[in-house]
Design a protein around this ligand. Sequence first.
Ligand code: BJW
Length: 250
Amino acid sequence: MAHPTPPPDLAAARAALSRARSIAVLTGAGISAESGVPTFRDALTGLWSRFRPEDLATPEAFSADPATVWSWYADRRARVASVQPNAGHHALVAMERAAHARGAAFTLVTQNVDGLHQAAGSGTVIELHGNLRRVKCFDRHHPAVTWDERETPPRCTQCASLLRPDVVWFGEALPQAALDAACAAAGAAQVFLSIGTSTLVEPAASLPFAALQAGACVIEVNPAPTPLTAHATWVLAGPAAAIMPVLAAP
Ligand code: BJW
């Protein structure tokens, strides 16, 4: 039986990806939704529909109530430890391998803190907002490898400061090397793929616009519109786990 004709944006996006000599990808929470990791801003299921970010995802919140913030992140850490990458993550691994096989540059930038791109087998992953699986101390950023789960929060063995998740909270600077690499990739990309992000949180939200300004074609994969949608070259409206395998298929 013949394959159905793909919709025009999908066919055009596939063709652009297959020709591009440099591809940059930005992912957000939506790519992990089908792995069972909640997004932040989806109306019914997003974390921020139940919790206030200023109570949990700021350094001020941690200083005011470290036990609550530590426990909330400990729950999330336990949850991501039990989930698996989905077809969207795996499609990006295939896309990276295909790009490298034909000598094209491929840069994967993620806002996600769940480590699922690495679990799927993606090569270099630029993490803009840290990683939930890592822990560091609040005062001096000493990394912690083991800690006592009975303490909420435990203390740093080097300086006795409280331990916190190694993620980027509102008002905190992103890791400079990661941000520099992401900006460079956006500026050099011929095709920029924005997947599963609301395109609301800066500075990550500016990356697809920087790519557009530098002359890239921008593909958005998202079931809902975002501030990028009206500007994207091609919009693929739907869940990443369904669209990405089609986009990455040889
Ligand atoms: C699917 C799907 C499916 C669903 N398939 N898709 C300029 C202007 C205005 C404000 C600012 C600005 N510059 C800085 C700011 C302030 C702030 C900011 O951006 N605020 C805005 C919200 C107004 N930014 C910051 O504070 C940043 N820091 C900073 O700029 O510092 C400057 C500084 C410099 C020097 C010294 C000191 C400071 C830091 C931002 C940190 C963000 N942190 C979080 C929490 C991480 C830890 C944790 O996990 O708890 O990062 S917030 C949260 O949002 C998380 C995410 O990475 C981030 C982005 O969210 P994302 O991934 O887009 O998820 P959602 O839920 O928003 O969207 C999901 C999307 O998926 C939706 O569109 C769905 O439709 C879609 N979807 N199912 C595909 N199956």
